[in-house]
Ligand binder design. Structure first.
Ligand SMILES: NC(=O)c1ccc[n+]([C@@H]2O[C@H](COP(=O)([O-])OP(=O)(O)OC[C@H]3O[C@@H](n4cnc5c(N)ncnc54)[C@H](OP(=O)(O)O)[C@@H]3O)[C@@H](O)[C@H]2O)c1
Length: 304
């Protein structure tokens, strides 16, 4: 398959480059960031919020699929000013869908568990009613709705709490790396590591997500899919497991979201069930504990 991969330098994008190695890939990266791209692979520089640049890339490469991982996802900044998020996560996503419709090719968009309000009290399935609590979640839901109304050959992937070896540049690093740093600092200084215990979800390793996306696009079964690791935990429980596996002898301090007092509200329970994948018989996502251990091993941070 010929694939344009937008956001190829990102956390998920980097792992998709590896997972899609058997395909004919064109990496699409932000202008001026070629130095961060894996050497030897063809790339085009484009800004996803400039549709004429996306259209030109599609016209020149003639892909079968445009896979869009680009996003503006600084959740708390977006709560104060949603303009850039609406431009990148919603409007640009719609424009990309319209370009794919013109060319009669498939597209893939990555959405989030933050489209849900977290009040269901049980894992969400794909056709549960979204009700975002944050402007970021609303911008992603807007992207989903605009894509669905623009072009039926789409995959919309909702995922959660991504961590990958490349780290999320757009967020200043991923949660696991931040906790490793804070945990090691705490061992030296005794400064407590405070983590919220009232947000339950399923953090997901981008390598697993990339492998699952590679399997899904083989199916040509378009639609909306939840893809997260198996199981569930609070960020506090997740941090305890990071410290245990990394041999960091620090007990994190459980706090509430209210105590943390961030601008954007997060869902208290946004566990997603991979119901669509299970119905297709292709759910290969492992438990979050196994994925985390594998990540730490590859990052050289696993104890023992
Ligand atoms: N991270 C999470 O916890 C999480 C959770 C749920 C869903 N998601 C979704 O999953 C997707 C991938 O997330 P990620 O963690 O891999 O993010 P990431 O590491 O920040 O990667 C996003 C990529 O998109 C690129 N990009 C941003 N704006 C662009 C623009 N206007 N034009 C072209 N490229 C642009 C970024 O370029 P630069 O590298 O130059 O910044 C980056 O390479 C996103 O759609 C995100 O909303 C993420």
């Amino acid at each position: 398959m010929k694939i344009i991969l937008i956001g190829a330098n990102g956390q998920l994008g980097t792992d998709l480059v590896a997972a899609l190695a058997g395909h004919n890939l064109m990496l699409a990266i932000r202008p001026g960031t070629a130095g961060r791209t894996q050497a030897g692979l063809p790339y085009v520089e484009l800004d996803v919020s400039k549709p004429e640049q996306v259209r030109a890339a599609v016209a020149s490469f003639q892909p079968d699929l445009v896979l869009n991982t680009a996003a503006f996802h600084r959740v708390d900044d977006i709560e104060c000013d949603a303009r850039l998020a609406l431009q990148v996560n919603a409007w640009a996503a719609q424009q990309a869908a319209l370009i794919c419709r013109e060319a009669d090719i498939a597209m893939l968009y990555v959405s989030t568990d933050y489209v849900f309000d977290g009040r269901k009290g049980a894992p969400y399935v794909e056709d549960d009613l979204p009700n975002p609590l944050s402007a970021y979640g609303a911008s992603k839901l807007a992207g989903e709705l605009l894509i669905r109304s623009a072009w039926h050959k789409h995959y919309i992937i909702r995922t959660c709490g991504l961590y990958g070896l490349a780290g999320a540049m757009g967020k200043g690093g991923n949660f696991v790396n931040t906790m490793l740093r804070l945990g090691r600092e705490s061992q030296q200084t005794g400064k407590p590591v405070r983590v919220v215990c009232d947000q339950v979800c399923t953090p997901t390793f981008t390598q697993d997500l990339a492998g699952q996306i590679a399997a899904l696009i083989e199916s040509s079964r378009y639609g909306t899919y939840h893809i997260t690791s198996d199981g569930q935990c609070s960020w506090y429980e997740f941090t305890r497991e990071i410290f245990r596996l990394a041999g960091i002898a620090v007990e994190p301090v459980a706090i509430t979201s209210k105590e943390l007092n961030l601008p954007a509200r997060r869902p208290p329970y946004s566990v997603l069930r991979n119901a669509g994948l299970q119905a297709l018989g292709i759910d290969q996502m492992r438990h979050w504990r196994a994925a985390l251990a594998d990540y730490l091993r590859q990052a050289g941070a696993l104890a023992g």
